[in-house]
Design a protein around this ligand. Structure first.
Ligand code: DOR
Length: 315
């Protein structure tokens, strides 16, 4: 099956599988298990202007429905990222979709401008704008809950980058109407959407009668949020179908562990798939999911991934 896909900017990706932001850091850990250059794209942990140590520990908890994290955007800062991480990813042939974050719209713009100035910028095939981290001050989500704030960040980032670098807005499921946020982002210049970030949750240690995570609340990822991702992607794709949002590619993410899970997100409206939490059990999950998805499409008689996308989205 020809798995290639074009998500904008004229960068044809060999396949639609990507890492999900945060679960693969800068790629070096996963590269011990498979060639990160084999992925359609590699999505990095969100990078901000300055180095950050994140929230207090413990920052991860396992639950029967998935994993809860309260990392709080730990990272090296954009200068170290462009000096070390991006050149390394380029050296192993990765197509990079850096995820960027900020605590103000000007910080997002600064990070995007620094990326553009990087000597390894040729490896960048798009930029994912994380406006939906649940683990920052004020309960986070300051941008992704507000259409105006989301639009401002996206417009400023869009201005910093060349036209052939598509900008993807990463949305939160923790909003009453995700189509309103999606519409605001696309109208502000987003060339695509990534759905979804983690769902705000909390776990309490019933021995100590205290929250388990140092940050108290955290983002739920993994199998438990897949139906939420399917719903969110479907709602936004439906709004595009009805002309309420201009049609742009959707990158689906949320609890994908198998090729069949990936196909479910495609059927909901995604044209590419990210694998996150599944790598903690199986570090090669992204390439395994690619193989499984390809086998599944072959069994259904498809010759091209994009044919399956067209059938699935033709409602
Ligand atoms: O669940 C998440 N955790 N989503 C984000 O966007 C950021 C991350 C963190 O660093 O807390």
């Amino acid at each position: 099956v020809d798995m290639s896909v074009d998500l904008g900017g004229g960068h044809r990706l060999p396949n639609p599988l990507m890492t999900a932001s945060g679960c693969a850091a800068n790629g070096k850990e996963l590269h011990r298990f498979f060639d990160v250059g084999d992925l359609g794209a590699f999505v990095t942990k969100s990078v901000m202007a300055d180095p950050r140590s994140g929230r207090g520990t413990p920052r991860m908890a396992e639950t029967p429905s998935g994993m809860l994290n309260s990392i709080g955007l730990q990272g090296p800062g954009i200068d170290a990222f462009v000096d070390e991480d991006l050149p390394w990813l380029q050296s192993v042939g990765a197509r990079v979709l850096p995820s960027i974050a900020g605590s103000s719209s000007t910080e997002y713009a600064h990070v995007a401008a620094a990326l553009r100035a990087s000597r390894a910028f040729d490896s960048v095939i798009g930029v994912e704008v994380n406006i939906s981290c649940p683990n920052v001050a004020n309960r986070g989500l300051v941008f992704a809950c507000d259409p105006l704030a989301s639009a401002k960040v996206i417009a400023l980032v869009r201005e910093q980058l060349p036209r052939d670098i598509p900008v993807f807005a990463k949305l939160s499921p923790d909003v009453t109407d995700i189509t309103a946020i999606a519409a605001a982002c696309v109208k502000a210049g987003a060339d695509g959407l990534t759905m979804i970030n983690t769902l705000l949750g909390m776990v309490i240690d019933t021995d100590r009668l205290r929250p388990q995570l140092g940050g108290v609340t955290g983002g739920l990822s993994g199998p438990g949020i897949r139906p939420v991702a399917v719903r969110a992607i479907w709602q936004v794709r439906q709004a595009m179908f009805e002309g309420r949002i201009p049609t742009v590619p959707i990158i689906g993410v949320g609890g994908v562990r198998t090729g069949r899970d990936a196909l479910e997100l495609v059927a909901a409206g995604a044209s590419a798939i990210q694998v996150g939490t599944a790598v903690f059990n199986d570090p090669s999950a992204p390439v395994r999911v690619l193989r499984e998805l390809s086998d599944l499409l072959a069994a259904k008689g498809f010759e091209r991934f994009t044919d399956a996308v067209a059938v699935a989205h033709g409602r």
